[in-house]
Design a protein around this ligand. Structure first.
Ligand code: 8YV
Length: 318
């Protein structure tokens, strides 16, 4: 008997996932709109497979008496009611570790692009106005030797910090817990959030979205930052207050901001943030390399199958 899986697809899922699910003998019911789809036999569902954006509520999980596992293609599970899953005794799997390097690389891509006006430079170099070399244009902020403040020094934040060492940066961090490894190996210094904001030239957000981190960076926090600082969001859109960021960018309160994530995602096409030249914005590319996607596929399908077979879920977040 094939396993019946409710499979998220607001866009097409990654090819390796599809192959692995087929090999595992899964049959899929597609979930395309935010609300769980009509016409699905919820009584027969044994697994739910998602990769963010869709809200997996307790109500949905409770509606499926045969459900054995919720598997997430990704590490962040803010779109799944983890407490709800726990209360139902339902395992939730995710993909920690395998995407740390790719997400740290992307954090650095955002940081460097914002610091050095890379996207504006690219547009300018292709445009009609670039008719002669000018040493005074598009001056950026020096990365080498500057102070980097990392908000959220977990697995991804640690990889961001390692890369900072190559830029001779002072590494500051704020986190729920002290990270002794980063302090010992990289000389990272723990600060309160306010101290970090005041002392950093570059601030990266690398924390998960939780009730504690929702709206963590607002007008008050941005006001504490250095006037030519760069703020990078590689976490989740709601971790910063988007309106406050927009206001700061409009007022030239920061050198630039850069983000891989928004709220909602994507933003409406006429959203004023999209007009800000001092914002670098990517379409959630954090873990988007072929190699990392393949690793995430294997891990998430392994989690799914383990749950379906009643075995211990190798990477379990709830
Ligand atoms: C993924 C992510 O792109 O793992 C996460 O938390 O945000 C990204 O790596 C996403 O989950 C997959 O759609």
């Amino acid at each position: 008997m094939p396993w019946r899986i409710l499979m998220q697809s607001d866009v097409e899922p990654y090819e390796t996932v599809m192959r692995l699910l087929e090999e595992a003998g899964c049959e899929l019911d597609w979930w395309r709109e935010p609300e769980p789809p009509p016409g699905v036999d919820y009584g027969a569902l044994e697994g739910i497979y998602v990769y963010s954006h869709m809200w997996v509520s307790r109500e949905l999980m409770a509606r499926c008496p045969r459900l054995k596992i919720v598997s997430n293609f990704g590490v962040g599970c803010d779109h799944i009611d983890l407490e709800g899953a726990r209360s139902l005794g339902l395992p939730v799997g995710n993909t920690p570790g395998v995407l740390d390097a790719a997400t740290a690389d992307l954090t650095w891509t955002l940081l460097l692009a914002a610091a050095r006006n890379a996207i504006r430079g690219d547009h300018f170099a292709r445009g009609p106005e670039f008719t002669h070399y000018d040493a005074a244009i598009l001056l950026g902020q020096q990365v080498t030797g500057a102070a980097l403040g990392i908000v959220g020094l977990g697995r991804i934040g640690y990889q961001v910090a390692r890369r900072a060492a190559g830029f001779d940066m002072e590494i500051l961090y704020h986190n729920r817990n002290r990270n002794e490894r980063a302090e010992g190996e990289l000389g990272a210094r723990y600060l309160s959030l306010d101290e970090l904001l005041e002392q950093s030239d570059f601030v990266t957000l690398n924390c998960p979205l939780t009730e504690q981190t929702r709206g963590l960076i607002g007008s008050r926090e941005i006001a504490r930052m250095k006037p030519a600082a760069v703020l990078v969001n590689a976490a989740r859109g709601p971790v910063w207050d988007q309106e406050a960021v927009l206001e700061a960018l409009r007022a030239g309160r920061l050198h630039a901001a850069a983000t891989d994530v928004t709220d909602p995602e994507p933003l409406p096409r006429d959203h004023p943030l999209l007009e800000q030249e001092n914002l670098v914005i990517f379409p959630h590319l954090g873990s988007a390399t072929r190699q990392t996607r393949d690793a995430m596929s294997t891990m998430s399908v392994d989690n799914l199958v383990a749950g379906l077979e009643g075995r211990e879920v190798p990477y379990r977040i709830a």
